[in-house]
Design a protein. Structure first.
Length: 164
């Protein structure tokens, strides 16, 4: 790695780094660039590594604390790697009374997760949500953009197999 035009030591051969530098070049000097640039950076990396936030801060002449503050304020930004498949298990009232907890427990156990989080192989990220707006299908979960309802613990695990 060598000193780059962005002022950081970054690997210009890395396709992600090249894409980030292209995004930075587009936003440099543009008012209100921080959030859209962070969004693009997250699309490229899947999350916002610290070094990427540093590069964004340097490129926009902002203190790192400002970039970090924005990245931690908005729920859309993630500071840790996320899985290829995002599982959102509903724990809202309708789902709760129809067995969401046992569905959630079976998924946690199968994925080896204690709470919410990401599997080591980055295949899945597990989250809980208050309502998916699919209460008639309770208990329900989403995997990426797909809604799956009337789940049982076993059915939930079968569904997950569809997402490599
Ligand atoms: S409470 Fe689960 S979808 Fe609404």
């Amino acid at each position: 790695m060598s000193a780059c035009c962005c002022g950081n030591f970054c690997d210009r051969e890395d396709p992600k780094q090249r894409a980030l530098q292209a995004a930075i070049a587009r936003y440099r000097g543009v008012a209100g660039a921080l959030i859209p640039l962070l969004q693009e950076a997250q699309e490229i990396y899947g999350y916002l590594p610290g070094e990427v936030m540093e590069q964004v801060a340097n490129a926009l002449n902002l203190p790192f604390s400002k970039v970090f503050g924005v990245a931690t304020f908005y729920a859309q930004f993630h500071l840790k790697p996320r899985g290829r498949n995002i599982i959102r298990v509903c724990t809202g009232t309708a789902c709760h009374v129809r067995g969401a907890n046992s569905v959630l427990e079976s998924i946690r156990e199968a994925l080896g997760l204690k709470g919410e989080g990401t599997t080591e192989d980055l295949r899945y990220t597990l989250e809980t949500v208050a309502c998916l707006g699919a209460c008639g299908l309770a208990p329900a979960m989403m995997v990426n953009e797909d809604t799956h309802g009337r789940l049982t613990p076993a059915k939930a695990l079968e569904v997950l197999k569809q997402y490599p």
